[in-house]
Design a protein around this ligand. Structure first.
Ligand code: ATP
Length: 309
């Protein structure tokens, strides 16, 4: 049986009347990159904080790296790294000063400190930035320092809460290469994002909406499940066509991309092309073809029109 890094059942958190996380179940295998994909306010941060032992669940069972949480949260803390969307390092200190400070906070033995600091400086290509203050760095450079700090004590499990929200696409790609290096070396990573390109890189993905997991599978399986339901339309007057389509019960979403309209249909529709022709009405010169589903389609299917379809 595959060993699980994280197992949660019925994990729930209320804030007053609001259910921020609503009875979610999770099984995350060791060494995997697992993604939480969801819009703002869908409960990603709240779920991560409970899994780290930083926030007490209102209900549910959680085991992380074999520790029942929150009971053994203190023991867990030494084995995990946590990087939040809010930048939490000292911007008036240099890379090296931040690393030295965090090494003492983590309680790294003196004999290991120097070696680990040099190791992460090399691993995250920070040698040239070792003496630079963080407030004189770009967003991407700072994120690399933050990842170096989060992995300084060699955690076996890493929680990354929207780690690249202030980073451009090229730096995001580099950042993900570092995550794959860590994963290949055995580190389990739970990462939250609202970027589709990031979500697609994960080994496994949970789509969250209003505190619930709407889908949980590999990105490939999630996309394959929508095969035959996405139609791309090109032609004249796409805006009025879209207006008609979005009001129809057969249509989950219709989004314009350049001079094409991407239409996602409900699973009940047997012949999407024929259905589209019928809804568009006679007299429209349309070109339409079935398209390969992407993660954006999966996200729409999982969350649009008030619930999963
Ligand atoms: N301490 C708190 N007190 C009251 N409500 C809270 C608290 N923390 C979070 N919430 C609410 O719980 C819901 C989920 O928030 P959460 O931060 O977990 O979402 P998120 O998916 O991480 O969003 P984002 O992408 O914006 O970070 C939101 O409606 C939020 O306002």
């Amino acid at each position: 049986m595959t060993e699980l890094a994280i197992k949660a059942q019925g994990l729930t958190r209320l804030f007053g009347d609001l259910t921020a996380v609503d009875a979610i179940d999770l099984q995350i295998e060791r060494g995997r990159i697992f993604g939480f994909l969801g819009p703002n306010g869908s409960g990603k941060t709240t779920a991560i904080r409970m899994l780290c032992g930083l926030l007490t669940p209102s209900a549910g069972e959680v085991t992380v790296l074999g520790h029942p949480i929150p009971r053994q949260a203190e023991l867990l803390r030494r084995e995990i790294g946590y990087m939040t969307q809010k930048f939490s390092l000292f911007t008036d200190l240099s890379t090296l000063e931040n690393l030295r400070f965090m090494a003492s906070i983590y309680g790294l033995p003196r004999s290991r400190r120097k070696g680990r600091i040099e190791a992460v400086l090399a691993q995250f290509s920070l040698q040239e930035l070792r003496d630079r203050r963080l407030d004189a760095m770009s967003g991407g450079q700072r994120q690399r320092v933050a990842l170096a700090v989060a992995t300084l004590h060699e955690p076996t499990l890493l929680f990354l809460d929207e780690p690249t929200s202030a980073v451009d696409p090229e730096n995001r790609r580099d950042f993900w290469e570092k995550l794959f290096d860590l994963s290949a070396a055995g580190t389990t990573i739970l990462v939250s994002t609202h970027y589709m390109d990031e979500a697609e890189r994960c080994h496994q993905l949970a789509i969250l909406e209003r505190g619930r997991i709407r889908r949980d599978d590999t990105p490939q399986a999630l996309m394959s499940a929508l095969e035959g339901r996405v139609v791309e339309v090109s032609g004249e007057s796409l805006r009025p066509l879209r207006e008609i389509l979005v009001t129809q019960p057969e249509i989950i979403s219709a989004a314009q991309q350049g001079n094409r309209l991407r239409v996602l249909m409900t699973p009940e529709v047997e012949d999407p092309l024929q259905c589209l022709d019928r809804l568009a009405g006679p007299g429209r010169a349309l070109e339409r073809t079935l398209a390969r589903p992407n993660l954006e389609d999966v996200f729409m299917a999982a969350t649009a029109k008030g619930g999963p379809a």
